[in-house]
Design a protein around this ligand. Structure first.
Ligand code: PLP
Length: 353
């Protein structure tokens, strides 16, 4: 691949790691590449980070043709930088693109772009405990017409942001509200694509939950509003009477890479993990009878996020006394150990830059 590089003439000072939040500070450069039907991808370039201009009729502004990914670069103790299962993000992005009629990027090209870009920005990967460089690849339709059709012009970009430790004061279990009015996705819709529109449609329920003191919502299926799907931007797992269960990928759930890693790790250690339908009635009963032993969300940002309280139709249930459970803690320690290189990576999940 031919990637032209225009260096930022005035690179920024690296921020104090204690001031890093999530996605507020951006690095010196960004990657941009254009797609034109008939010509394919062209003009791959790394340029100084900055605003972009769009035609007011650009497809993305009207019809929401947009997909994104999220992964992190981690600074190891030996100073080297590594990625966690980046090929999984590339494959998922191409599946999202297929669903949204956006152009795909050949896997090897996408990997080359990603590694070239992170190599250039590697000084931005922070080294304080728990910090990382969040990588946000995204793609949008950019036809300059209001006609509704699959796009003939698209833009692919990567921006990166140094992010702070998700857990500054230790791992605090979160309070989650089960949403019974709004739904996030239906089978056949866009729930399994990582697209911006899914988020726009989920904000209302999220706000309602926040007003009541909950940090995120747990979605139920869009047809019967009966089966557990996932939490905000995380997949969800439970330990019920010793069995580890997670909703199966039904077509409306985002296939998380952290979810996949939790399952593979637990199975390799001899745990049984069931991917199956879990009804809210089953969950409610497990909470009433005390057989719900642990509950946690899993996603790139938090890795693993213990759930300490669940609320369903104004009934509140405490999970594991509001404390992090053993399996949850084990998953957190093992996955973060592999990601930051303090534990051996026997799965071959990490890739040095
Ligand atoms: C990105 C995302 C996840 C988590 O996926 P990871 O690959 O583990 O980060 C879960 N649910 C939704 C809706 C998401 O957008």
């Amino acid at each position: 691949m031919d990637i032209t590089i225009t260096r930022n003439p005035s690179p920024a000072e690296k921020p104090d790691p204690s001031t890093l939040g999530f996605g507020k500070i951006f690095t010196d450069h960004m990657f941009v590449m254009n797609y034109t039907a008939g010509q394919g991808w062209h003009d791959a370039r790394i340029v100084p980070f900055g605003t972009i201009s769009l035609h007011p009729a650009s497809t993305v502004l009207h019809y929401g043709s947009e997909i994104f990914e999220g992964l992190k670069a981690y600074r190891r103790a030996d100073g080297k930088v590594q990625l966690f299962r980046p090929i999984e993000n590339i494959r998922r992005m191409n599946r999202s693109a297929e669903r949204m009629c956006l152009p795909q990027i050949p896997e090897s090209d996408a990997m080359e772009i990603l590694t070239a870009f992170i190599r250039l920005e590697q000084d931005w990967v922070p080294s304080a405990p728990g910090t990382s460089l969040y990588i946000r690849p995204f793609m949008f339709g950019n036809d300059e017409t209001l006609g509704v059709h699959s796009v003939k012009n698209a833009v692919f970009m990567i921006i990166t942001s140094p992010v702070g430790s998700y857990y500054k004061e230790g791992i605090n279990p979160v309070k989650i509200m089960i949403e019974s009015t709004d739904v996030r996705a239906v089978r056949g819709g866009t729930g399994e694509a990582k697209c911006g529109g899914n988020y726009a449609a989920s904000n209302r329920a999220g706000e309602k939950a926040e007003e009541k003191g909950y940090s995120q919502v747990l979605w139920l299926d869009g047809v019967e509003r009966r089966y557990i799907e996932e939490v905000g931007a995380m997949n969800v797992m439970f330990k019920i009477s010793g069995e580890i269960v997670t909703p199966r990928l039904s077509g409306s759930i985002l296939p998380g890479i952290t979810r996949k890693s939790c399952i593979e790790l637990l199975r390799s250690e001899g745990y049984t993990v069931s991917e199956r339908l879990i009804s809210v009635d089953e969950l409610e009963q497990a909470m009433e009878t005390g057989t719900l032993e642990e509950a946690w969300g899993c996603g790139t940002a938090a890795v693993v996020s213990p759930i300490g309280e669940l609320c369903y139709n104004d009934r509140k249930f405490t999970v594991n006394g509001g404390r992090i459970g053993k399996v949850t803690q084990h998953l957190y320690d093992t996955l973060t150990g592999i990601q930051w290189g303090t534990l051996a990576d026997s799965f071959g999940w990490t890739q040095e830059i």
